[in-house]
Design a protein around this ligand. Structure first.
Ligand code: GEK
Length: 243
């Protein structure tokens, strides 16, 4: 399905509203995420490889905050364990309606259930792979501990959580250099300074990044045996945690 070019922040906006995953975002989403998140395609491909290694027979793989289903499709094309299914969840009706069209056009055999819900409210069980690809960062900070504990409780022994997030850094020089490099990445991908600053304003208080140390500590406290970064490109990282 063709994606339009993201020009949502290309004209000056008097008041920049808080970012929402509505129809205008759905139309440009593949272009937006590709040009904004360093390493996004590499992470999506690797999610398929990780799922093929960790998906267990007769289990469920979850894609939480699935957007247009990129991680779901990557898993769907790589999993060979018998009798698996994928449950993909998003609370944006606009995203999920578009995702449905994309999944229907895909002919791979593994069943996919699409669920429109807050990811915190789903009843997660018998999970061998759980994907949170740039989604936890939108959950209120105070609710993250309980949510990760709930995910852990619904996972099978030997299961894998893939957690990709924008990171922040305690060291102020690292924080400003990594932010500057991310902006350079966006400029190199054709975004103007005004687009970058208006998008930044719209995500303020909507996308709340944490440090890797905070993520690791939450994962270990929730019961995971270990948690390590397997990919990082500037201030965007993907972590794998094993149950
Ligand atoms: C990908 N994983 O392409 N419940 C359900 N969905 C939510 C919630 C919530 N509480 N909060 C946010 N979302 C995707 C990319 S995008 C990342 C994920 C980004 C959904 C929201 O509707 C959106 O579709 C997604 O999480 C975040 O691999 O845009 O930076």
């Amino acid at each position: 399905m063709n994606s339009q070019k993201d020009t949502l922040y290309a004209s000056p906006l008097g008041n920049v509203d808080g970012f929402e995953f509505d129809n205008s975002v759905v139309d440009v989403f593949p272009d937006m995420i590709q040009r904004s998140v360093p390493g996004y395609s590499a992470i999506i491909s690797a999610i398929g490889l990780l799922a093929s290694r960790f998906a267990q027979a007769d289990s469920i793989c979850y894609d939480l905050g699935c957007s247009l289903g990129a991680a779901t499709l990557s898993m769907r094309h790589k999993i060979s364990a018998p009798n698996c299914k994928i449950i993909a969840v998003d609370n944006s009706t606009a995203m999920l309606a578009r995702c449905q069209k994309i999944i229907v056009r895909d002919t791979a055999a593994i069943p996919v259930d699409l669920v429109c819900s807050d990811i915190q409210d789903i009843n997660l069980a018998n999970a061998s792979v759980v994907v949170l690809n740039f989604t936890l960062q939108f959950i209120p900070l105070a609710e993250r501990d309980a949510f990760i504990k709930k995910i852990y409780a619904g996972m099978n022994p030997g299961g894998l959580l893939i957690l990709s997030e924008k990171l922040m850094f305690i060291d102020t020089r690292q924080q400003s250099i990594q932010t500057e490099l991310h902006h350079a990445f966006k400029k190199a991908n054709g975004y103007s300074d005004m687009e970058i600053s208006q998008k930044r304003a719209s995500l303020e208080n909507v996308l709340i990044p944490e440090t890797f140390a905070q993520h690791k500590s939450r994962l270990l406290q929730s019961g995971f045996d270990n948690a390590e970064v397997w990919f990082q490109y500037f201030n965007f990282a993907s972590i794998i945690a094993l149950k």
